[in-house]
Ligand binder design. Structure first.
Ligand SMILES: *Cc1c(COP(=O)(O)O)cnc(C)c1O
Length: 820
């Protein structure tokens, strides 16, 4: 397709000129990083025209907009993705080729903007891609962390965290917008004033404040000229650090504001599914929320004078409870700045804010200590007190005499602010992220709320964008899909993938499908050789578990099973065993000791297994360092088997599972999160399902767990691998290195419940399912068909489908079109 906006000679000239003006060099002299910058600026130039056209269209049409509020946006690299969405990838690649520049090599120069931890942040990024592609007006609202997710190094088998200075060479795609700066205030006290009419005013005094400066980042829709905005806020001191403030005795105040600004956006907290209760984290939350809501109100008021109709043009979607101060900040602006009464303000707020729940795990629930919260956000706290007072009154009216309800549902209880309760009470929608998860919310975790306000609850099963995770990550398969379907329309309508089913019995098509998988495995094998120095055989089964390291995700089950297989292979060298490569990738939160022990264990087992000549390379293990969006794209493309083995009920949805499916990797997994819906789409025969159901897990939990000693005592294979944690096999004779992991399974010393995540309980079923994987893989035709059907049945899991459901059920946005 000829793309006039990327007229080849003009584009080449632009790149050459950029190298010259930015770096005073010629293309031949420029470093790869400089070429990346020069090309990116040339691409941005084209994006800007669409960006302007989109904003103009929004001005004219005045559509309803969603503000997607998220502490995390795990964007991944922009250059390649932007080119794909502008349908200019091939042409730009050609143009650069002619200049002697390798597009793939310069793509590799772009730092991964890693402003997120894992699934929650990546979901936000996929949603922005889908919103722009579907032509909906949307802002992403977040924080411009100066240091994103840490870079992971493995040293002597241990995870070491290195700072991710992603901005050090500048970010060609962002745009600083100082003209939209907003002041955000912290601390101090609230003085109450009365005016002549007897009206009350709340004045915050003795506060510290920072200036929030927005940086806009273009979100390019696919082939539609729509460019939305991710607006991430940076912090600067409110007054320049001037000597005259010293003379006025404000020196300390000036220094404090300088430090506050410097600290607030310094670094992303690396916790995934875990609440740490740090004051700076609450500052970050209020900082970006206050700035975002202020900006949204200013924007609304430019066009509308009736603030009570805000919900007709604006909706705020809160990605988990992290942005929940939004409801109180909106109330503050409506009450204190717009001068509305409580009922009026509450009526607006509860039609404008909506909440997405991402987890039911107790350790992830945000509960701020009241003393910390009220000290940092005194006016916001007052407002929450009043919300709580009225809500408790309502509970008592609905359930007279039932103080248990009050205790379980109040927002303020036991000295804590319960953010999930605030989000549910003030939100007009509460959604879970997969059907099973939403059912657990309604029937177990949030049962009281569901009974009192059932109309708020709904499900929105997560999705992923096929533009990044197939077109960009697996161009060979993307081209094959287009060829087989005879259309490119799947790029914006993934349900069309079902048309591939008719190739599921076509020998030639299956051969092509598997030969593409093989090429992607070769590409990953090269990456592994380069990064790990380990040779892996692309003919072996690539069995992959990549995701954040967490006990509930059960990497430990996977590794114990590898230890079990290794014992089997050593003991029965005569038995046939299909060669397997177990691939892991996972970052552990820096303070999560047990997760880091599991990383060390994976690397220790890898050391022993990979260096044991006696097993003839039947087993290999690889830990891919620094798992992140850019290497994830290659890993999904190369996977034969997708490990989705969380303890049933714990993984709200998962999205990695969908990326594997899209790329033709059958799932071995539990009936958890979106796995349930994946199996429903692909058929139980095209997945390997094992283990306890969520009902069984919840039943055990309600009854104090189970006794793993029964399993340990009665299953010698299991006993052997558990004992190998403390007999020095994988620790050069050290019996203490993995003692804590051993204890966590058997509870001989640990304080929490034994085997909380049912690893030993599910072990046999998992080993059996893995045996079935091997048998299925041996049958080449059967496997190819299974893999192809996974790709063919993945249509439901596009984030385009998810976003369309949000629009129809929650946001009610208007579609726009942009012509240039
Ligand atoms: C998709 C993705 C995740 C989420 O994976 P899960 O298996 O759903 O936990 C995490 N990190 C990256 C880089 C991803 O691309």
């Amino acid at each position: 397709m000829y793309n006039p906006r990327f007229e080849k000679e003009a584009f080449k000239k632009e790149v050459t000129n950029n190298v010259k003006t930015l770096f005073r060099r010629t293309v031949d002299e420029a470093t790869p990083q400089q070429l990346f910058q020069a090309v990116s600026y040339a691409v941005k130039e084209v994006i800007i025209d669409d960006w302007l056209a989109t904003q103009k269209k929004y001005d004219e049409d005045d559509p309803k907009m969603v503000y997607y509020m998220s502490m995390e946006f795990l964007m991944g690299r922009a250059l390649g993705n932007n080119l794909i969405n502008m349908t200019a990838y091939t042409e730009v690649k050609e143009a650069l080729d002619e200049m002697g520049i390798d597009l793939n090599a310069i793509e590799d120069e772009e730092p991964d903007p890693a402003l997120g931890n894992g699934g929650l942040g990546r979901l936000a990024a996929c949603f922005l891609d889908s919103l722009a592609t579907l032509g909906y007006a949307a802002y992403g609202c977040g924080i411009r962390y100066h240091y994103g997710m840490f870079k992971q190094k493995i040293e002597d088998g241990y995870q070491v965290e290195k700072p991710d200075n992603w901005l050090k060479d500048g970010n060609p795609f962002e745009l600083r917008r100082p003209e939209y700066a907003k002041e955000v205030r912290f601390g101090g006290n609230i003085r109450v004033e009365y005016d002549e009419e007897g009206r009350t005013h709340f004045v915050q005094e003795n506060y510290e404040s920072v200036l929030a400066i927005p940086y806009d980042y273009p979100i390019v829709g696919y082939n539609n000229h729509v460019v939305n905005t991710l607006r991430i806020w940076d912090a600067e001191p409110i007054v320049d650090f001037q000597l005259d403030s010293f003379d006025r005795g404000d020196y300390h105040k000036a220094v404090e504001q300088q430090n506050l600004a410097k600290n607030i956006v310094e670094v992303l907290y690396p916790n995934d599914n875990h609440y740490a209760g740090k004051e700076l984290r609450l500052k970050q939350q209020y900082f970006f929320i206050s700035a975002s809501i202020q900006a949204a109100i200013v924007k609304y008021k430019k066009k509308h004078d009736d603030i009570t109709k805000l919900c007709e043009k604006v909706t705020f979607q809160m990605n988990d409870t992290h942005p929940t101060v939004a409801v109180a900040e909106l109330m503050r602006i409506l009450l204190d700045e717009e001068g509305l009464g409580w009922n009026e303000a509450w009526n607006i707020t509860t039609k404008t804010c909506a909440y997405t729940n991402h987890t039911i795990m107790a350790e992830a629930l945000e509960k701020w200590p009241i003393d910390l919260f009220s000290r940092l956000l005194p006016r916001i706290y007052q407002i929450i007190q009043e919300i709580d007072r009225r809500f408790v009154e309502q509970i008592r009216k609905t359930y007279p005499g039932d103080e248990g309800k009050v205790k379980r549902m109040a927002i303020l209880m036991d000295g804590q602010v319960k953010m999930a309760h605030l989000a549910i009470v003030a939100g007009y929608s509460v959604n879970g992220v997969a059907r099973l998860h939403t059912e657990i919310l309604k029937n177990q975790e949030l049962k009281d709320f569901y009974q009192m306000m059932p109309e708020k609850f709904n499900n929105k099963t997560n999705g992923i964008t096929q533009r990044r995770f197939l077109m960009h990550g697996n161009s060979l398969l993307a081209d094959w899909v287009t060829d087989k379907l005879g259309t490119k329309d799947w790029i914006t309508d993934l349900s069309l993938m079902s048309g591939l089913k008719r190739w599921a019995d076509d020998e030639e098509a299956l051969k092509e499908f598997m030969s593409i998988k093989y090429k992607n495995k070769e590409r990953l094998a090269e990456y592994i050789l380069e990064h790990n120095g380990i040779e892996v055989d692309p003919r072996s089964i690539f069995d992959v578990q990549v995701k954040r390291l967490h006990e509930y995700k059960r990497q430990l089950l996977n590794i114990l099973h590898v230890m079990y297989l290794y014992n089997q292979v050593k003991e029965h060298p005569e038995k046939s065993f299909y060669p397997r490569t177990f691939i892991f990738g996972a970052k552990a939160s820096a303070g999560y000791i047990r997760a880091k022990q599991i990383i060390k264990l994976i690397n220790s087992v890898a050391d022993v297994v990979n260096n044991d000549r006696s097993i003839n390379g039947k087993l290999k293990m690889v830990f891919i360092e620094d798992y992140r969006v850019s290497n994830a794209e290659w890993i999904f493309a190369a996977a034969d088997v997708s490990e989705q083995i969380s303890t049933a009920s714990k993984e709200a949805s998962g999205t990695g599972n969908m990326k594997f499916m899209l790329n033709g990797a059958p799932t071995i997994g539990t009936m958890d999160g979106a796995n349930v819906e994946i199996v429903e789409e692909v058929g139980i025969d095209n997945a390997f399902i094992f283990g306890l159901s969520s009902d069984e897990v919840i039943h055990f939990e309600l009854n104090g767990g189970y006794n793993p000693m029964d399993i340990y005592n009665n299953d010698p294979d299991i006993r052997r691998v558990v004992d190998q944690l403390v007999d020095g096999t994988y620790a050069h004779g050290n019996t203490e290195l993995y003692r804590d992991l051993y204890n966590s399974l058997l509870n001989t010393k640990s304080s929490s419940r034994a085997d909380m995540y049912f690893i030993l309980k599910d072990f046999r079923a998992y080993a059996q399912a893995q045996q079935e994987v091997e048998e299925a893989y041996r049958d080449k035709d059967r496997w190819a068909k299974m893999a192809l059907l996974n790709t063919a049945c993945c249509g439901k899991f596009s984030s385009d489908r998810t976003i369309q459901e949000y629009v129809e059920d929650i946001w009610h946005l208007d579609k726009i079109t942009v012509e240039v």
